[in-house]
Design a protein around this ligand. Structure first.
Ligand code: MF3
Ligand code: CO
Ligand code: CO
Length: 243
């Protein structure tokens, strides 16, 4: 990896994180997910960047907003957030050709104990996954650690969507599976950039895609939560670029 590669990635990832920081105060009861998209879109443009999701395989918006039982890829629209909702906002920006990808959960007003627990476990599941990354270790260690952790709470890890290599492309090798495949997987090599983004369901792990072709929901209608970071693997360390 070129030193300039890590600089390019750091800049893109810092902006992606900056979008989430920027939008936080607007994520309140009564706001529509479409309004949140407009705000993020303007913020991204005013920073001289572009959204990677806008037009990606035809995705129509600049961010993903996934509410309650929506696992990921929710399309911003007229839906107004209300007290008790949990929503994931997922932002991917491109700066000078480099991609930064991160998401986090926001809780609207007071939510149920279950929702609170789920969001907490999803956040810690990401931390556990990142902790399992070792230069010259194996990709399989990541999902094994995440699933062992999530199982303790009786929640489940989504299998249909994975973390991914990232850099000049939005999605590239390696694929980061978030559950235990009981396989070592490929080796983690310094110079790699990839995301870890475990989706944790309160019920079963199964998902389906709605008729809009994008919105992924839990089959059993249970709540789902997700946090995502983009990381860089160095010779002797692991850096969270979207922190
Ligand atoms: N940001 C998502 C990810 O973490 C991908 C969104 S693709 C979209 O990989 F088209 F749905 F926006
Ligand atoms: Co991602
Ligand atoms: Co993302």
């Amino acid at each position: 990896m070129d030193r300039s590669d890590i600089c390019g990635m750091a800049v893109a990832c810092e902006l992606a994180k900056g979008v989430l920081d920027f939008i936080e105060s607007f994520v309140v009861s009564g706001v529509s997910t479409g309004e949140l998209d407009d705000l993020c879109s303007d913020f991204i443009k005013s920073n001289g960047a572009v959204s990677a999701t806008l037009g990606y395989n035809g995705f129509p918006k600049s961010i993903c907003t996934s509410v309650n039982n929506v696992v990921c890829h929710g399309i911003p629209g007229p839906y107004r957030l209300k007290s008790g909702d949990i929503v994931n906002i997922d932002v991917t920006v491109v700066v000078d050709g480099w991609h930064g990808d991160t998401s986090r959960m926001f809780v609207i007003g007071g939510c149920t104990k279950l929702a609170e627990k789920l969001v907490d476990v999803a956040k810690r599941a990401l931390a556990v996954g990142i902790d399992a990354v070792r230069p010259y270790g194996y990709i399989g260690d990541i999902g094994a650690a995440i699933q062992r952790f999530v199982d303790r709470y009786g929640f489940s890890v989504v299998r249909d969507y994975c973390g991914h290599g990232i850099g000049r492309n939005f999605h590239q090798e390696p694929t980061i599976v978030h559950y235990d495949t009981h396989e070592k997987g490929s080796q983690i090599i310094p110079g790699m950039f990839f995301t870890i983004e475990p989706m944790v369901n309160a019920g079963g792990y199964k998902t389906k895609v709605l008729n809009d072709g994008w919105t992924v929901v839990t089959v059993d209608k249970s709540l789902s939560a997700q946090f995502e970071h983009t990381i860089a693997v160095n010779e002797n360390s692991v850096e969270i670029l979207t922190l």
